[in-house]
Structures are given as C-alpha cells and as structure tokens.
Design a protein around this ligand. Structure first.
Ligand code: F6P
Length: 565
C-alpha cells in the first residue's frame, strides 16, 4: 500500500512564523497582565462558543494574532484534507490498514448511506446495532429480562480494560444522577485479583448482569476476569441452591447473566456467551474511541436509550462544528494547536486537566488513554522519525481537591504546566451553607485559580500585606501560567458527549501536526509479550527463570522467597 508521507510541520512557513512570533514574545517579555491592559478586545478575540460549551483562551500565552498562525499551520499540514479522509473512511490508520470512523458512531439515521467503508454502510450498521442494544437495555430496565432465578437485574458489572473500561467507567460516574431505573454499575478491569474480589464481595448473583467488553476478545485481563466472574456466579448460585449441578442449568445461568461486546463475535461464542446476547462493533473503531459504540452498553442499560441518544448528539455537535468551522475561529483546532505551541515552542512536557465537577473524577484518567495512547509516539505514519517532540503527559484530579495537593507546583514550581479548567454553571445538587450557595463557593475557586495563575502576585503586593521581607520571595506568584477555561451549562449526557468529542478531535489535530498515526498502539505490545514469557518463571519453570535477565531473575528469586501459598 502506498503511503503518503506526512508533511513535516517544522519545515512549513507557518512553523517558521510561529518560531519568530515565539522569539518576539520572549524578547518582549511574556506578561499577561500587560497584554490584558493593552488590548481591550483580548477577551472578545480569544473567547469562543461551540455547542453548549464556552471557551476562554485569553489566559494563554498567545496574542490574538497568534490564532492566524495556528490556522496557517493547520493549512500547511493539510488538516482539512486529513479530516475529510478520516470522516469518509479512508484507511488513515495505515499501520493497521484500517479506517478511523468513530465519527460514524454518532451519525443520525438520516445519514445512512453517507459513509461506505470497504463496501459496508457504516451508519446503517451502527444504527442497527444500537437498535438491538436499546431493545436489550429496555428489557433489563423494565424488569422483563430476568436472571436465572426469575429476579430482575439490579447491578451491571462491566468487565473490560483500557478503552473497554475507561470510557464507560468515566461516563457512568459523570452521569450518575441520570441513572433512573434503579440499576447501578460496577467496573472490573485489573487482572490484580483484588479487583474482582472486591467488586463481587457483596454482590447478589441472582440480580447481577456481567457485560464482558473486549474489542479483540483476546485480552488477558478481561478474559481472565470473565472466567473468574463465571466461576463466581455459578459457585454462588449453587451454594444457595438456586441452580442444580447440571450443565444445562449452568449454561442457562450464563446466558441470563452474561452478555458480550466485541468485534470478534466468534471468540464470544467460544467463551459460551449466546451470540443473541452479543453486540458487535467494527475494527474501524479504536478502543479508546469506542465509548459511544456498543462498548457503552452498560451506559445504555443504566441511563436508558434516550439518554444514550443525547450523549451521541453531543459528540455529533462537536464533530460538525470541528468539520465545518473555519480554522481561525475553530476552537477545537485552535486548542489542538495551542497544545502544539506549548509542547514544541515552550517545550512543556505535561498538561493538566482539572474538572471542577466531582462527577468528572475519572475524566483525566480517561483522557490519559485517549491522548497518550494516541500521540505517545516517536515515528510518523510512514515509519520515519518524528521531527519534533510529541505527546504531552495528561494528568489531573478534580478541583478543589487538587488545590490542596499539587496546585502548589503549578503556581510556583519551575516548570510550565498548561491546564484546562472545566466547570459547569449548574449543579445537580444545589446546597446552601447558611445563606451561601455552595456551588458559588465552588465556582469562586474555579475562577480564582485561573486568575491567580495568570496574574500572580508581585513582591510589592506581598510586602503591602505586611509580610516580613525574608519571606516575601516565598509568597510571590510569578503569574503567566497558562490556562484554558471550559465552561458549560450543566453536566448532562449531551455535554459529556461534547467534551469527549472535543478531546478526541484535539488529539487528532495534534497527531496531524506531528505526522502520527494516532490510531495504533504498538507500544503496548512488548510488555504483553514478555508477560507471557515471564509468568511461568514465577513458580512453574526454572528454565523460564534462567532465560531472564539478571534483574528479573533477582526479583523473581525474591518473590519465590517471600510468596506464601
Ligand atoms: O493494550 C492496549 C489495548 O489494546 C487498548 O488499546 C484497548 O483499549 C485495550 O487494550 C483493551 O483491548 P480490548 O478491548 O481488545 O480488550
């Protein structure tokens, strides 16, 4: 297959302009206070609306004229062409020779026939699968679907890892207030036996449904946990004499308490899950881009089809905005370029994502897979080395908790850490503390932090507070620490869809600038392969032990000495 080499962004006219601009800003002195004072239109020119979200980029280390250079870079790296290729099903994931069509997952019924991939009507397939999922979800929600002893389902346990866990687990937490059918969910991902042990300890097998989610249906963690869950289910049911010892009854129990989500339906059947209770997706959906596919089945059950449709509509809103808005006004493109600006010109290594909403506490973890598995790469899509730094480290925790933990380093540390602050005006849980609205107390912090980071506090201001001279330096805040504020109306399924699509497309923009195939993940393979070789060395095989390197041998010998069976 002929591969079009990526444009080397660093050799483009726009890159040269950005370099010159960066040098000029450094020479002039980066000074947000001054830039705000000198430019009355700064906020107007650096704020945007997309869907229900409002974006303030004004506290970033850019000037309004920087945006035109970002847009030029997008042109120079042929972002429009690549976006079109992605949306239309071209195999842009060339190391796996696959289309990249997560955008087809959220297309409406009316788009049937609009995306034909390898001869297949992607939207028709998506909608048909969703109809099956919704029918199943409605049965579980209404109580029509019963467990093997005739009881309704009360708990759904999602078994999956990576993209088959992080998306549904994050969205379940984010949308908790919308769970309206009396069904809760749990998530088992780790192969650490503690995970499944703790998640099943107080579970009622008669009212539990396991959803085994694995794109490949070969993932060690997921298949091991699924087997463990099956053992647990049958063991518990037998212990309480709810089923007899016959194979027929065991098969019936599995068929009532296990469903599967996979692209590999043959392997699902091999595992013993009824193909009627399996929901498929396609190899053109990357694991970390799959929460809005059948991978979200747990969400459709807990929140219902109508809410799931709202979730998809949120994604669609941002996809449309991203694909149709001119680059210079396109906040999705601009945020991608802003990340490139910090990574490559300011040489920053990490990027904080700080949601001011407790329901989003797994959002940073979700973003870590999305962004770092996508863009943590050193070769470009044609196999040539990258020409500049790639992939930032994404991390974060909800505010205000983070304020009392790591914000110190963001405010006064020696490295620059651009941060996205995300908040919603309305809360699901309005509270008063006396006459103080607690949501306002919370949002006051959201606003205060970005202000403190941008404008800081000078030595004179510290002195004016009567601070003894010797501790003045410790109390100075330099300011000029960049933040983007993302403000929404409320965290509902639509807004969550918007937020996820936003970061998906930001990741794509960055990957395009760096010339990366953001949709493969070869970097996870070596560890998997070595784990297979090393596991027997732990206690089963001396031969396998001796085949290891000295450090691994030493660690295993330590293990053999202290492990208690
Ligand atoms: O090991 C990485 C990975 O392949 C992820 O990309 C993926 O989301 C995860 O494993 C789980 O894979 P699967 O859904 O096939 O079980």
């Amino acid at each position: 297959m002929a591969i079009n080499p990526p444009v080397d962004a660093t050799q483009t006219p726009a890159w040269a302009k950005l370099q010159k601009h960066y040098d000029e800003l450094q020479a002039e002195g980066i000074d947000l206070k001054k830039w705000f004072a000198e430019d009355a239109d700064r906020v107007k020119n650096l704020t945007f609306d997309a869907g229900t979200l409002h974006f303030d980029l004004s506290k970033n280390l850019i000037k309004p004229e920087t945006l035109a250079m970002f847009a030029e870079l997008a042109d120079d790296v042929k972002l429009a062409e690549r976006t079109k290729a992605m949306f239309s099903g071209v195999h842009i994931n060339n190391t796996e020779d696959r289309a990249v069509l997560h955008t087809a997952l959220r297309r409406p019924d009316s788009d049937k026939g609009a995306v034909i991939v390898d001869g297949q009507d992607a939207v028709a397939d998506v909608r048909a699968t969703l109809e099956r999922i919704y029918a199943f979800a409605n049965k579980v929600r209404s109580g029509e679907w019963k467990g093997v002893t005739g009881k309704e389902i009360k708990t759904v346990v999602n078994i999956g890892i990576g993209g088959s866990d992080l998306g549904p687990a994050m969205a379940y937490k984010a949308l908790r207030p919308y769970a309206d059918a009396g069904i809760t969910a749990r998530f088992v991902s780790n192969i650490d036996p503690n995970d499944i042990a703790e998640k099943t300890r107080d579970l009622d097998p008669e009212t539990t449904l396991f959803v085994v989610v694995s794109k490949t249906f070969t993932t060690l963690e997921t298949l091991t946990n699924a087997r463990e869950a099956r053992e647990w289910l049958l063991g518990e049911l037998k212990m309480r004499n709810a089923i007899d010892d016959s194979e027929e009854k065991a098969a019936e129990a599995v068929s009532k308490h296990f469903i599967a989500v996979s692209t590999n339906l043959e392997k699902v059947a091999e595992f013993g899950i009824d193909p009627n209770n399996a929901f498929g997706f396609w190899n053109w959906v990357g694991g970390r881009y799959s929460v809005d596919s059948a991978v979200g089945t747990t969400l459709a059950i807990v929140f219902g089809p109508a809410r799931f449709e709202e979730f998809l509509a949120g994604f669609r809103e941002i996809d449309k905005y991203f694909a149709e808005t001119p680059f210079e006004k396109n906040v999705v493109v601009l945020l991608g370029m802003l990340n490139v600006w910090y990574r490559n010109f300011f040489n920053v290594a990490s990027h904080a994502v700080l949601p001011y909403n407790q329901y989003l506490d797994r959002f940073p973890a979700y973003l870590q897979q999305l962004t770092m598995e996508s863009n943590g790469k050193s070769v470009r899509w044609d196999g040539t080395p990258v020409t500049t730094q790639t992939g930032e480290i994404f991390w974060g925790e909800p505010g205000t908790n983070g304020q009392h933990a790591f914000y110190q380093l963001i405010h006064q540390g020696t490295q620059l850490i651009p941060a996205d602050f995300i908040a919603f005006a309305n809360t699901t849980n309005p509270l008063k503390d006396g006459d103080q609205d607690v949501q306002e107390l919370f949002l006051g912090n959201f606003l205060a932090q970005t202000k403190a980071l941008a404008f800081g506090k000078t030595a004179d201001e510290v002195r004016a507070e009567g601070t003894p001279e010797e501790i003045v330096p410790a109390r100075v805040f330099e300011g000029n620490r960049p933040t983007t504020s993302i403000f929404g109306v409320r965290l509902d399924p639509f807004a969550l869809g918007e937020l996820i699509a936003l970061y998906e497309q930001i990741t794509f923009v960055e990957g395009t600038v760096w010339g990366l195939d953001s949709y493969d993940q070869w970097g996870v393979e070596l560890g998997k392969q070595l784990a297979k070789e090393i596991t027997p060395a732990l206690s089963k095989s001396d031969e396998a032990l001796l085949a290891q390197d000295p450090s691994t041998i030493d660690l295993i010998n330590y293990y053999r000495k202290v492990r208690e069976f």
